[in-house]
Design a protein around this ligand. Sequence first.
Ligand code: FAS
Ligand code: PHB
Length: 389
Amino acid sequence: MRTQVAIIGGGPSGLLLGRLLHRRGINTVILERRSKAHVLGRIRAGVLERGLVALLTEAGVSERLMREGLRHDGTLLSFDDTMFRVDFVGATGHAVTVYGQTEVTRDLYDAREADGAPTLFEAEDVAIHDADSDTPFVTCTRGGETLRIECDFIAGCDGFHGVSRTTIPADRRREFEKVYPFGWLGILSETPPVNDELIYASSERGFALCSMRNANLSRYYLQCSLEERVEDWSDEAFWEELKRRMPADQAKRLVTGPSVEKSIAPLRSFVSEPMRWGRLFLCGDAAHIVPPTGAKGLNLAASDVHYLHEGLADHYAGRGMDGLDAYSARALSRVWKAERFSWWFTTLTHRFPGQTGFDRRMQEAEIDLLRTNAAAQAAMAENYVGLPY
Ligand code: FAS
Ligand code: PHB
């Protein structure tokens, strides 16, 4: 089999890249380790930056997003019983859109099938060969048969646990990591959201987030220790703890119900540099991870895809390799700004084991600045709605 760009990973990065390249007449094959049903069964991100909305519109897959997505002009932050709002539109002129990553992925799969572009599901033992040559290729096994895919370029869109990043020799990679001493316990419930906007709640008992997917599907998170397991938390225990971490007037409004999904995700900041090796280019979680506090994970994957698809389109249009040669530095510049924001917002809103009195005063001073200072709120808003591509 031969293609122009072999894409490893059929998550949002791989699918969005495949769609954008298809619209430029560039053919791709996506190799996805799991089944389509498994990919679509994941509950992940919920907030789309303006840049991702624009990119999905450019890709011609935003019709349902425009119909069902929820425009959010700001967000609420509460620290114990004090709550205030950061006005995204007032500070930046931009809003964000609440629309689940699962739905983005579904829309992208629908588009890929309409394009008639091949996706090889349940592709096992995917391996990248000769990425640092002009004739790279990928192999995998499917149904016991070994496939070889000749290509011009390889896009590593296979997430943190994929094969792409580690295909780059260890002595050519620089990895940066911060592991947070807590995780997020997330619940999905078929209940109306507690508020029209998200509430980032910080209390002496820890962090909580009140989010949503639609008018009758809510998403809530609690900061939890890394020792805790999902089975330790009944729905009732979750709701009672959530109420303790929210302002009392919001807790009174909370509509509880049975969970339809419950999971714990660890929090880490991670970046692997460079995001290119020869003709292999890394996108999304394959290259970087952010704590979900700033809602940047999915959105960073989008800006990587934007830069890479532009570079590939330039190459195939005969405009040379400059765009591809600039890809890693260009993507990393935005990645590190999002890493900083996600680290800052996590540090501001979470309680850390062993936190000193000074650490706590620093948090309180930062919160007071954010609550009372327009420039501080504008800086937060600019990062939250998404810095320009
Ligand atoms: P993905 O991991 O989504 O996709 C990679 C794909 O590659 C997967 O389908 C995988 O099956 C496939 N793959 C892996 N190895 C392979 C191999 N060897 N061969 C072939 N295919 C392979 N972000 C937010 O913004 N907000 C959130 O609230 C949020 N919550 C999250 C919760 C969890 C539990 C996790 C894990 C992540 C969360 N994220 C969140 C981040 C998440 O949304 C990612 O940023 C986003 O999925 C990135 O998309 P991809 O880069 O496509 O990676
Ligand atoms: C979500 O709805 O899943 C969500 C929203 C905002 C975040 C993290 C997760 O910062």
